[in-house]
Design a binder for this molecule. Structure first.
Ligand code: EPZ
Length: 442
């Protein structure tokens, strides 16, 4: 398995370009299943999860064309889908495989998708996806670890979903995306209340609309979808990755550097920029796609609570914790989205951080002089937090299990080295972009 070796203490300076959003690219790729026509998608990040999604679509008999893998431009054609199934082998490496359930049910009225199960950051049930589909007429059973869903219809084929009024008990990002996709081809109107308002949902709405879907309310908590008989092909460019952007904002601030971050969407960074400024970082919007972060005055503690968008993203919590270890005073970090998302804290403590955990709150007392050691990544964003801690630690930090970070950050080592980080990837056996691991993907 690959590892990262980081020699900390270098201020990062220069310019870094942000890749497309992993969490936008995944539903956008799944949405290509909704039509028999050609769908071209651009700005796909070259990360392992997108390779997995591509394998999944191919398994279903969609034709996925790329110049070389991993790619940023894909053409997907799904004239026929002969296997309406997401097998365990792929789902176990990537929970987001569940995003194929809505499109399959919309297009074929039948689907078999392996249950994702829990993962390092929490139990993460998909009950809200399933109860919404049931409201739309699907009959769902669990068998041998699989979700088997079917809309009763004539013969062996599934029937058509029907529009329904659905109130999500809890805000769910992929739940909103799944049911949104399912509703585009349903009979009649679907109203979804308490929807996720993440930019990735809005990006998906934009793509579906170009395919002929009738959707109102994007960016709000209520989406209204009038089902249409069929959708057509389109071309779509996914939005910049706001979590990668936020991670580089922290990298600039924590190392006392001066980073210009290009190809990003500053409008999606409101909560992160506000919190980092409160903690003492100096951030300015250079233009509509560029941010600059510099060390300001000394970093100072600032409490942070994760929330659904437009609040501070749970996917930025580990990175913020790394910053908090360097801030003067006590930062209270509250995690409200996932029940077990502090696994990086104990690794940071091994590096010398002063962090205590009480349930869903972490008390980070800073500043602490971090010193390099060997640490283990437990999930994608935890890995990013450990990389940031390594960048300011004294001496050498070795991060193990970096297959987690390869799931979601494109060329992270190359990008950080280009702005002055002293780090390298140590290649081990049995890992890499194309190899699946037994870890449950987040
Ligand atoms: C999405 O996961 C993201 N993944 C996650 O990013 C992100 O952390 C999360 O949203 C929250 O922002 C993708 O977009 C592919 P949820 P998702 O459903 O949709 C509970 C990363 O690092 N819930 O919004 O799976 C759930 O347990 C990843 O890139 C139910 O109870 O998250 C959680 O507590 C990790 N029942 C809360 O809702 C359900 O049916 C929010 O989860 C669904 C969710």
């Amino acid at each position: 398995m690959d590892k990262f070796l980081i020699r900390g203490g270098k201020a990062l300076r220069g310019s870094v370009a942000i890749s497309g959003a992993k969490n936008s690219a995944l539903p956008v790729m799944a949405a290509a299943l909704l039509t028999a026509e050609k769908v071209a998608v651009h700005n796909i990040p070259k990360v392992r999860d997108l390779v997995t999604m591509s394998k999944l679509l191919t398994f279903m008999d969609a034709k996925v064309s790329v110049a070389e893998m991993p790619a940023s431009d894909y053409v997907i054609e799904a004239p026929r889908l002969n296997h309406a199934e997401a097998p365990y082998e792929l789902v176990k490496t990537m929970r987001a495989s569940i995003l194929t359930l809505g499109p399959l049910m919309a297009r074929l009225g039948v689907a078999r998708v392996s249950l994702p199960g829990g993962c390092a950051i929490g139990a993460r049930p998909v009950d809200l996806h399933l109860s919404a589909l049931e409201k739309m007429g699907a009959e769902i059973t669990m068998s041998h670890g699989y979700i088997e869903a079917k809309v009763p219809g004539k013969g062996s084929k599934g029937g058509r979903l029907k529009g329904a009024h659905i109130v999500f008990e809890k805000i769910t990002v992929t739940g909103t995306e799944n049911i949104l996709m399912a509703a585009t081809l349903a009979d009649g109107e679907t109203v979804l209340n308490n929807c996720a308002r993440e930019p990735e949902v809005t990006d998906l709405v934009g793509m579906l609309r170009k395919m002929g879907a009738q959707i109102e309310g994007d960016g709000t908590a209520t989406l209204r979808i009038r089902g249409v008989p069929e959708l057509h092909g389109t071309e779509h460019r996914v939005i910049p990755d706001r979590i990668e952007t936020g991670t580089f904002l922290v990298a600039g601030a924590i190392t006392g550097g001066d980073l210009t971050i290009t190809n990003c969407e500053p409008l999606h960074q409101g909560a992160v920029i506000g919190k980092l400024q409160q903690a003492g970082a100096c951030i300015e919007e250079v233009d509509k796609a560029t941010l600059r972060v510099r060390a300001g005055k000394k970093l100072a503690a600032a409490d942070m609570t994760t929330e659904e968008y437009p609040g501070f993203a749970t996917d930025m919590q580990a990175q913020y914790m790394a910053l908090a270890t360097q801030a003067e005073g006590t930062s209270v970090i509250s995690e409200t989205i996932f029940e077990n998302r502090f696994l990086h804290a104990s690794e940071m403590v091994r590096m010398g951080a002063n962090i205590s955990i009480d349930g869903r709150r972490a008390f980070v007392h800073g500043p602490a002089a971090l010193s390099g050691t060997t640490v283990q990544a437990s999930d994608l964003r935890a890995s990013a937090g450990l990389v940031l801690a390594g960048l300011v630690a004294n001496g050498e930090t070795v991060i193990e299990r970096v297959y987690h970070i390869d799931r979601g950050y494109e060329h992270i080592v190359e990008k950080l080295r280009a702005v002055g980080a002293d780090m390298e990837r140590i290649h081990g056996s049995g890992s890499g972009m194309h190899s699946a691991t037994s870890a449950q993907g987040t």
